[in-house]
Design a protein around this ligand. Structure first.
Ligand code: ATP
Length: 248
């Protein structure tokens, strides 16, 4: 657990007069799940976009898998992005493609010289891993929100990323389905050894999946620790966050 896969120091990002990230430090170890909590508009998505090289920071260091993300260009950036899987809030499945085609898409697009048999095997394994083998010939519109989420996660895993970024993985799901997704996030870590950053407002998700929790307050991670350590803090902003979010 000692190897750092993400090492962010003194990260700053503003948009005009809006100082969103004001000196963020964050370390993620190999195989670790880190939950990022914060109210709406605190900069969680901006942080993720900087980690994958979609936005440039104003100041600070962002090292991911040993590379300075701010220096990556062209082919290097493409290769890097294959190692960092981004699971979108909306699942982002292609509605006009079957589940099989959705899962094949990242493979066909990014890896050359794969045989049809290799692709079929990879798709079948990925579906088996998320318990949805029976949906292979269905269309996304025929699946429930929870199933679409699982397929979205399976698709992100097709390229075997070393880091998974989950954006609000349980948003819009009922409590039981949310628990299934939380369990899946933990299974993915166990099976693949990938590290994860999980952005959520859902405290049950934070408690279940996070080895550590980092709370974004006023542009910095002022509170980082286990779930219980962070919420033992009497700070009014921390307690407010806790009290306004349901937890089992
Ligand atoms: N490209 C941009 N240009 C200008 N302002 C931006 C840009 N991207 C984000 N912002 C602003 O930065 C702030 C943080 O946005 P961000 O999307 O990171 O919030 P968030 O914490 O992910 O919120 P939510 O939980 O609602 O998704 C917001 O005030 C947003 O309007």
């Amino acid at each position: 657990m000692d190897e750092l896969v993400i090492d962010i120091q003194g990260l700053k990002k503003s948009f005009g007069d809006l100082h969103v990230l004001r000196g963020v430090d964050l370390q993620v170890h190999r195989g670790e799940n880190v939950v990022v909590l914060g109210r709406s508009g605190t900069g969680k998505s901006v942080l993720i976009k900087i980690i994958v090289g979609l936005l440039k920071p104003d100041a600070g260091e962002v090292r991911v898998l040993g590379q300075d993300v701010t220096l990556l260009r062209g082919r290097e950036l493409d290769d890097f992005r294959q190692k960092v899987g981004f699971s979108f809030q909306s699942s982002a499945l292609y509605d006009s493609m079957s589940i099989r085609e959705n899962l094949e898409f990242p493979l066909v697009r990014n890896i050359r010289n794969l045989s049809r048999a290799d692709i079929n095997r990879a798709v079948e394994e990925a579906l088996d891993d998320v318990g949805l083998s029976q949906t292979i010939n269905q269309m996304p519109s025929e699946l429930s929100g929870g199933q679409r989420k699982r397929i979205g996660i399976a698709r992100t895993l097709m390229l075997k990323p070393e880091i998974m970024l989950y954006d609000e993985p349980t948003a819009g799901l009922d409590p039981i389905t949310s628990i299934e997704i939380n369990n899946l996030i933990n299974e993915v870590r166990q099976r693949t050894g990938a590290s994860s950053i999980i952005i959520t407002h859902d405290l049950t998700c934070a408690k279940t999946t996070g080895d550590r929790v980092a709370m974004l307050l006023d542009g910095t991670f002022e509170r980082v620790g286990t779930f219980d350590e962070v919420f033992a803090d009497p700070d009014e902003r921390v307690q407010q966050f806790y009290n306004y979010n349901f937890v089992n």
